[in-house]
Design a protein around this ligand. Sequence first.
Ligand code: HEM
Length: 167
Amino acid sequence: MHMAITARDSGIRGSQGKIAKLASRLVMAVLVQLLCGAAVPLVAQAETEPDSVYQAMGGGAGIKAIVGDFLQLVLADVRIKKTFLDADVEHLAMRLNEQFCELSGGPCKYGGKDMKTIHADLHITNAQFNALAEDLQLAMDKHGVPSSEQNKLLAKLAPMQHSIVTQ
Ligand code: HEM
């Protein structure tokens, strides 16, 4: 009997200790947030994460899958497929992965040529540019990327039109 009470007592004391530890951790966490000035903007930040497009695309693996489907669409698209006859598609996929990852806020750095140089001799028209953008949207649709997030990526690509279209 005596043993049981002692055991129960120490059990309570044990859980009180745990609660005290948890409480002090909570206080520390709040203090750290206050010191960093992060306590207030925490909620607002969640809506404007700099990598929200990257996340919506499914991260690195999602982007890889999207680029794969995108290139399949491009290579089958009668409006533009001729331009890719001499292209090294594997290399292109690797560079597009990097580029889309960086533009969507992911942890990558594009290491390819600049858009003007690489497309200079390809005689690309506005219609072809739009066809390629359409294929990209189809690929993102297929992978369930919400159109609001798609538009953010397309908005990053739009200014490149001046460098890519030469015809
Ligand atoms: C927003 C639009 C576009 C983006 C972001 C884009 C992006 C890229 C990237 C990252 C590369 C690889 C660069 C490198 O290897 O260093 C590339 C190469 C290429 N792009 Fe584009 N591109 C766009 C539009 C187009 C269009 C409209 C066409 C043709 C219809 C096209 C045809 C090609 C071809 C054929 C290559 C391979 C060139 C080579 O390896 O010599 N691109 N593009």
